[in-house]
Design a protein around this ligand. Sequence first.
Ligand SMILES: Cc1ncc(C[n+]2csc(CCOP(=O)(O)OP(=O)(O)O)c2C)c(N)n1
Ligand SMILES: [Mg+2]
Length: 336
Amino acid sequence: MVARKSTKKSNVSAEDLKQYYRDMLLIRRFEEKAGQLYGMGLIGGFCHLYIGQEAVVVGLEAAAEEGDRRITTYRDHGHMLACGMDPNGVMAELTGREGGYSRGKGGSMHMFSTEKRFYGGHGIVGANVPLGAGLAFADKYLGNDRVTFTYFGDGAANQGQVYETFNMAALWQLPVIFVIENNQYAMGTSQKRSTSSPDIYTRGQAFGIPGEAVDGMDVLAVKEAGDKAVAHCRSGAGPYILEIKTYRYRGHSMSDPAKYRTREEVQKMREEKDAIEHVRDLLVSGGHATEEDLKAIDKEIKDVVNASAEFAKESPEPALDELWTDIIADAAPQNA
Ligand SMILES: Cc1ncc(C[n+]2csc(CCOP(=O)(O)OP(=O)(O)O)c2C)c(N)n1
Ligand SMILES: [Mg+2]
């Protein structure tokens, strides 16, 4: 892990720091609740939790501006919440209900919000990477200065289409940030077993794409790296790679035999590197928040998450004739 950076070095205010705490906690509690609903049989099918990785998306969303776009993989609930999508709509999609973002027909991996410029949610490993470059191409073509955050995993980084995309993104100087969420595992395969050179951030060198490694358990380090990458892309200098070193605490998905790592390894990360605890410490030790303030935030988040679970349970299942809708688009989106 890269050494932690203190708040003093960054130009983040106490209010910002509190907001990061709130945003990360919302993801964590939401995911814990989703895990519970899954256990109760209210959520079925694939469900990949993001617990442990919260600082990645919260730090990068803090570096994003209105109109920027994001696209990610199947481990996507945190990305939706961090870009401002409604927890009720996300949870109801998880339970397959009408009130969900895809009206209950997409589930965990297939939600979209053009309003929040969130383009999924993709189940095929690596396949969202060229799509992300396509979104960035649209902005370049439209002549604006928007940036696209394209998230993928360490396992996906070994896919051939990623390098075809790097080539085109560099050739056309596309405003895309390739965010590699390196949580050290691709299902049950450790990075050590699958990857010839550990420094994935250097993989753009052959195409002239700059990259850097970032401590993904430190939201301030992520925000700082995000600001730099965004400035690079907005200036018209082309793509940028951020390899963000993180860790998932839960299994790959809801069914995971967990034989590929020890309990001690997970426990050590949770105890020594947890991103939410880190910000909590900074807030308290810096005198920015009291234990009481933090308790109030915890309650606020718990209420939002509980309300989303209630909404997701009460929302009806989609009507049968919904089977015949949303199959083929009626018209191509204009400037979406
Ligand atoms: C093309 C393709 N191959 C295999 C799979 C099965 N699969 C789903 S997730 C996954 C691991 C990907 O790991 P990584 O990119 O590190 O992302 P993480 O799950 O760690 O977030 C695999 C092999 C798939 N969905 N698509
Ligand atoms: Mg991984």
